[in-house]
Write a protein that binds this ligand. Structure first.
Ligand code: AMP
Length: 419
């Protein structure tokens, strides 16, 4: 036998037994996107590396450490250096927004996407090289209401998934007016304590100092006394943040302030947030996160256009729901079409087709096995009902595989009988 080939490290196969939970997690995302009046957008799985360099910032982890580069088999090294699998959705969506001149459309635009993202990171539990995100973006609205609306939507998602205890952690990191001042104060504070920083943080101090705050190994004393961005907001950012908080309070959305929540990417301004199950704030525990990115469209060659959005990790959300034993609603009952006649495949298929047209979930046995064996295997496959096709073209036998009862009726009566 040939040696079996395994899946790449950091990837997972979605097996049939996992599909009910995934279907549900994705269906809730789709339904909420629809209900909150978002329109679907799809962008390519790979983009120019330059898009991520400009959009996410050279010093972000996604660019510096985790870029998943791709190139064709015959491509030159330059070509291969040009492309990367998308590590996150926002840069691609705003690239599309600029490229298609979408700023002239009636706005604000509300866009959603559900699909795989790629980060070439060291795989761990909850951290994969390919994972799925549900993403929403509102482009063209600078006001605080939409921040609260988007955070409430994320919160609602987890509630619908059956997660009881999800908290939105919230911060404001200011904008081009006040962030430089805050950054200077922070750098001064951290530089005076450089000997207590990790190597990573010492490097970040020069490239992306706000990110020192989300170093999980930051000395707790240094972290606790660090200057907080919310104390250095300009009047406009302060008013925006206060309004967002007031609106979240009025909606009853559970949130907590987190002064260290800066998010990893350069494009964020003002509001940043992340969702966690309360009390579970480990590295690989964030269920989703997002923020406002009022400067991104301009960075990508468009007109200045405000935006806000989030990415929710479907993998981790499904895991969290399973851990909390959130109930997965049952699929509609399965019906198996079986028959005593070995050579009546056309009749079996015709019956299955009619039952499917009536809205039932149906599989059909194409074997020449004895009826008893067909019924046994239908039950093993999870069928609740069997429809036994007989000699008479007009009637079938409907068998309740759990109660071991059966009765004769016409095919058109089956759907109603099952209810
Ligand atoms: P981020 O933009 O990194 O905050 O990602 C948003 C969400 O996507 C996170 O809160 C996670 O739920 C999920 N996520 C990010 N990276 C990974 C990964 N490597 N594996 C699985 N899920 C991830």
């Amino acid at each position: 036998m040939a040696r079996p080939i395994s899946a790449p490290r950091g990837t997972r196969d979605l097996l049939p037994e996992d599909s009910a939970a995934w279907n549900r997690a994705e269906a809730i995302a789709r339904d909420l996107s629809h209900g909150y009046a978002f329109d679907r957008i799809e962008t390519p799985l790979f983009e120019r590396v330059e898009l991520f360099h400009r959009g996410l910032g050279e010093a972000s982890d996604a660019v510096e450490k985790e870029m998943f580069r791709v190139g064709g088999a015959t491509g030159s090294d330059e070509e291969k250096a040009e492309w990367a699998l998308r590590p996150e959705p926002t840069a691609g969506i705003i690239r599309a927004f600029v490229e298609h001149g979408m700023h002239v459309r009636p706005g604000p635009l509300r866009l959603w996407m559900l699909g795989p993202m790629f980060r070439y990171d060291r795989p761990q539990a909850g951290r994969y090289r390919q994972f799925t995100q549900w993403d929403v973006e509102v482009v063209g609205d600078a006001g605080p209401m939409v921040d609260a609306e988007v955070i409430e939507l994320g919160h609602r998602y987890f509630a619908e998934l059956g997660l009881t205890d999800v908290v939105a952690y919230l911060n404001s990191i200011g904008d081009a007016v006040c962030r430089p001042g805050y950054r200077a104060v922070l750098v001064e504070y951290l530089a005076a304590r450089e000997d207590r920083l990790t190597d990573d943080s010492r490097r970040r101090l020069r490239t992306n100092p706000l990110r020192v705050l989300d170093d999980k190994d930051l000395d707790p004393e240094v972290a606790a006394a660090a200057p907080r961005s919310v104390d250095h907001l300009c009047d406009a950012c302060r008013a925006h943040f206060d309004a967002v908080r007031g609106l979240l309070d009025s909606l009853g959305v559970r949130y907590e302030l987190d002064h260290r929540l800066v998010r990893g990417l350069d494009y964020y301004t003002r509001t940043t947030f992340e969702f966690f199950v309360a009390g579970r704030r480990g590295q690989q525990q964030a269920l989703g996160g997002g923020g406002r990115y009022d400067g991104l469209a301009e960075l990508l060659g468009g007109r200045p256009t405000p935006g806000i959005g989030f990415g929710i990790g479907i993998d981790r959300s499904v895991l969290a729901a399973a851990e909390q034993e959130a109930p997965v609603p049952e699929e509609p009952p399965l019906v198996a079409v079986v028959s005593q006649q070995p050579d009546d495949l056309a009749a079996r298929l015709a019956a299955a087709t009619a039952l499917r047209a009536a809205g039932l979930r149906v599989r059909v046995d194409g074997s020449a096995r004895k009826l008893g064996r067909q019924l046994e295997s239908a039950a093993k496959l999870g069928a609740r009902w069997a429809v036994i096709v007989g000699d008479d073209a007009h009637t079938v036998v409907l068998r309740d595989l759990a109660a071991h009862e059966q009765r004769e009726l016409t095919l058109s009566e089956v759907a109603a009988a099952i209810g």
